[in-house]
Design a protein around this ligand. Structure first.
Ligand code: PMP
Length: 337
């Protein structure tokens, strides 16, 4: 491949070159099938094989227990902001949320449309540069679930372990750190992630849901967001994003070839350590996040002289380093790794 940038965009994000090359090879015709994946019927044997293969690799990589269903949906993580309260409300009055950044806020705003939200703890007053310590959380034991954002893509704050919540159903938005580190799926009720950061293309959304939580959706739940309808139909209640599903499968295959999550995690630690070390060693760059919860995936940083940002971005680009702007809501700079 020619002249590819180092793309630090948070998502859509860089995709491994071997994946792109494989996709290019397969594009006009997939495996002597006489057609491109784009042209296949989603219910035909070839595509169903592609879809099942992606799920099988994911199950292997994450050691997903058989008591969990894996769904490949549309509507992004934003769709799941609504799907979670609608599917898990049951007879409960409240939803519990941890507020650790702008993506938590968006999830909370959506949940409020469907019921009362209890904010278990918030780091808003600290500018979302920290995670409130567990001893300061105030969890209503009767909440339908506790939701948290495992990695705040904008603020660069990441949970370094799974929160202890006793018997409460735990729900995590892992859009920006899924498969970047090992995770014990059995601790969760629901894990969801938009694919465009760590899984490949935008337009397909991963949902991993414990079986006993399926089948209780609120009657007003749109069919497309109903976990049971989707699970019963193999995530094909309507035409799924077939090409994205195939691409996602290629990314999973690549991760497996690299040595699975342990190998990917080691690489992520190396990258993040280098970047934070460079920032901390300089008087020119700074990162505002509590070092104990710094994200391995998204590294926001500021320049000592903020008026140099434009020049920094231009010079970075001249060196082949692009998409280093911070999120438009907060400004500054950010490297997504
Ligand atoms: N949650 C997190 C943590 C995100 O980073 C994003 C996207 N940047 C979203 C949710 C929203 O995802 P989508 O665009 O797939 O709806």
């Amino acid at each position: 491949m020619v002249s590819r940038f180092y793309n630090f965009g948070p998502g859509p994000a860089t995709v491994p070159e071997p994946v792109l090359n494989k996709a290019r090879e397969d594009l006009p015709e997939w495996h002597s099938s006489g057609m491109s994946v784009i042209e296949m019927s989603h219910r035909g044997k070839d595509f169903v094989g592609i879809a099942e293969h992606a799920e099988a690799i994911l199950r292997e990589l994450l050691a997903i227990p058989s008591s969990y269903r894996v769904l490949f949906l549309q509507g992004g993580a934003t769709g799941q902001f609504a799907a979670v309260p609608l599917n898990l409300k049951r007879d409960k009055a409240k939803f519990a949320y941890l507020s650790t950044g702008l993506w938590s806020e968006k999830a909370i705003a959506e949940a409020k449309r469907y019921g009362e939200v209890q904010i278990v703890a918030s780091s808003k007053e600290r500018g979302y540069t920290a995670i409130p310590s567990r001893s300061d959380w105030n969890i209503d034991p009767d909440a339908a679930y506790l939701h948290y954002t495992a990695n705040e893509t904008i603020g660069g704050v990441e949970f370094q372990s799974i929160p202890e919540v006793e018997s409460l159903t735990l729900v995590a938005d892992m859009s920006s750190n899924i498969l970047s580190r090992p995770v014990d799926v059995s601790r969760f009720g629901v894990i969801y992630a938009g694919a465009q950061k760590n899984l490949g293309p935008a337009g397909i959304t991963l949902v991993i849901v414990r079986e006993d939580l399926i089948g209780h959706a609120h009657p007003f739940t749109p069919s497309i967001l109903d976990y049971k309808l989707q699970a019963d139909n193999g995530s094909m209640l309507n035409t799924p994003p077939t090409y994205n599903w195939y691409l996602l499968g290629l990314v999973l295959e690549w991760i497996k070839e690299q040595g699975g999550i342990p190998a990917i995690e080691a690489r992520n630690i190396r990258k993040a350590d280098k970047l934070y070390a460079a920032i901390d060693a300089s008087s020119f760059y700074s990162n505002p996040v509590d070092p104990a919860v710094r994200s391995r995936m998204n590294v926001p940083f500021l320049l000592a002289k903020t008026d140099l940002e434009k020049a920094f971005l231009a010079e970075a680009k001249a060196h082949g380093l692009v998409n280093l702007e911070g999120h438009r809501s907060v400004g500054g700079l950010r490297a997504s790794t």
